[in-house]
Design a binder for this molecule. Sequence first.
Ligand code: IPM
Ligand code: MG
Length: 360
Amino acid sequence: MKNYKIAVLPGDGIGKEVIEQTTKILDMVAQKHQFTLEYEYGLIGGIAIDECDTPLPQKTLDMCKASDAVLLGAVGGPKWDNLSGDKRPEAGLLAIRKGLGLYANLRPAVIWQALKDASPLKQSIIEKGVDILVIRELTGGIYFGKRGRVGEDSKAPDAAAYDTMYYSRYEVERIAEVAFEAARERKGHVTSVDKANVLENSRFWREIVLEVAKKYPDVKLDHMYVDNAAMQMVIKPEQFDVILTGNMFGDILSDEASMITGSIGMLPSASLGKDKFGLYEPVHGSAPDIAGMNKANPTAAILSAAMMLRYTLGEVEAADDIEVAVEKVLNSGLRTGDIAASGEKVIGCTEMGEAIAKKL
Ligand code: IPM
Ligand code: MG
């Protein structure tokens, strides 16, 4: 029987609750499809700061490197908000992405039929179909470029601060390839999003993307400025298939894409490197306001686990089973608070996990 080693990093806030439901679901499909999963738990984010004085302990990174895949909950919370930049829980997330070489972040945003009323957009816009895959470069750009302060006292009149948007040819090439490959498996359309009317970095990005595109004559490519893309996404979302973009634009546009679908509580993500290894996490954050109250929606984490089965472990049937079970639960009308219409009955995180387990 195949055995996979999974590093599980629940993190902070609702991370713990949603991961608990997720491992339960994973164990069920593993049993059905005859493989086993061995979980090793590690610390990241605020809880790691509390226990090890760093948001990403070396031990956690080593454990992840020795595993087949990583399943992550969420990091952050008000308790750690006053810490300086590199000591914050979020720094742990950035460090693990970088440390594991996970440069490609895949964030699919789809409308579930049962939830189409949850979208904040008009039905006349949604009904044309929303099925967007945001491919965000994850280990470069302004997130990782040179940054600093001029002068130590921010109150000084000549004080300043800077962050640099830096992309090397190699970094743009490899993320563009991921986007074109993904488009081939979908509708064959890549929209590369940049700010080439202003930024030199974006002009460079565009040149490289055009070059890579030559290898993919079967894929349609167009370019869009990020401000326009943000607008187009809410007036004509059906025009997008794969969105290829840099780290910061991808951060922003993936939140926008996710909200079009009605709930960020439904959206999974995969962060991949050059081989099959990957880190899987819900797009949502640690939601400190509802943490520990059994109110979170575990679906994004559960669907992230399905992505892990599909992309890293190659257990495609098990992944299909999870996605079908989620759809059935939604069709049966069960809702956590984030996806419930007003007046609809709301169930908790555990109940949602159990409902999905039951359908399996
Ligand atoms: C995300 C988050 C992170 C990011 C934060 C928490 C560092 O917003 O995964 O989208 O900006 O990448
Ligand atoms: Mg974000």
